[in-house]
Design a protein around this ligand. Structure first.
Ligand code: GLN
Length: 304
């Protein structure tokens, strides 16, 4: 596959879309990020790295951390995890509260905020510092032991996390949060604030393209069936309430974050990450979505 030529074509075609949309501003520290940036990285399973644009610029991974949190919690809890979190698309914004009441405090899926808070709660039950455990785990997936979270972004979100705290209290009233709300929100804001670049993230999702085995260490992260299941969840729920449209346009399992990153994977071939901070109303990167759509059209490769 001529990834070099494909990335150059995408870079040229995506240019009119870069900066279109709005940078997430409800986390004050993210509001100042320059919107007109774009980077993309493809890491094939042999370790070949192909990049274009700002692929080495670190950014706040935000909800992409939900994928790594879920992977770690799934390793620990196995299928009992689904007793506390569902597996259906929500059809609602990622920070919506309404569904939780109708569904008795059981979040629709692990990729909306409520679901990720339950997953973080599971990690808090297992680790004294869940965010550090998750940073280390993600660092192994990315083959980058220097990963860390940005304390300023975490503190900034913590100061404005009333909505997530409301969800957490609400779920606690249904018995679906075992640790103190403050502890769970603190760990959640910290893991959302992990800083990575496109290359780190493309490497970190490669284990899912590789049937659940970390290609960089040989370590089995998940069995093949579990890796298939998490990838399926990414397809159906990974891009918020735009997941249907995203699957229609792109056709790859993906997970986005309001920092403007989107990770995706092509099973058996590569991990992919694209980053551009200006978002569509759904919370997905606009230029990033266009780039991934062009990637599958130009390569003729998707899961379909
Ligand atoms: N930390 C963000 C929040 O909880 C993550 C949201 C996202 O990236 N969609 O709102």
């Amino acid at each position: 596959m001529d990834y070099r030529g494909i990335l150059d074509t995408i870079h040229a075609e995506v240019a009119p879309h870069v900066g279109v949309g709005r940078v997430a501003s409800y986390i004050p520290e993210l509001a100042g990020v320059e919107p007109a940036q774009f980077g993309m990285a493809i890491v094939d399973l042999a370790g070949g790295v192909h990049t274009v644009g700002d692929a080495r610029v670190p950014f706040s991974i935000q909800s992409i951390s939900k994928l790594f949190g879920l992977t770690l919690a799934f390793q620990l809890a196995g299928d009992t995890l689904w007793e506390r979190v569902g597996r259906e698309p929500s059809g609602n914004p990622f920070n919506s509260l309404v569904q939780l009441e109708r569904e008795n405090g059981k979040p629709r899926n692990p990729f909306i905020n409520a679901g990720a808070l339950v997953v973080t709660d599971m990690l808090c039950s297992r680790y004294t510092h869940a965010e550090n455990a998750l940073v280390q785990f993600t660092g192994r997936l990315a083959a980058n032991p220097a990963l860390d979270y940005d304390a300023r972004v975490a503190a900034s979100e913590l100061r404005t996390s009333h909505r997530n705290a409301a969800m957490a209290h609400f779920m606690k009233s249904f018995g679906n949060l075992h640790n103190p709300v403050d502890a769970v929100i603190d760990a959640y804001c910290k893991h959302c604030a992990i800083r990575m670049n496109c290359i780190d993230l493309a490497r970190a999702v490669a284990f899912l393209a590789n049937g659940g085995t970390n290609p960089w260490t040989g370590e089995r992260v998940l069995d093949a069936s579990s890796a298939k299941r998490l990838s399926a969840l990414m397809l159906t729920c990974g891009t918020y309430d735009a997941a249907g449209d995203f699957a229609f346009r792109v056709g790859l399992p993906a997970k986005s974050g309001v920092g403007g990153g989107i990770v995706a994977l092509l099973p058996g071939e590569c991990g992919i990450c694209v980053w551009s901070p200006a978002l569509e109303d759904s919370g997905n990167s606009h230029a990033g979505s266009v780039a991934l759509e062009r990637f599958t059209d130009l390569t003729g490769r998707s899961i379909f």
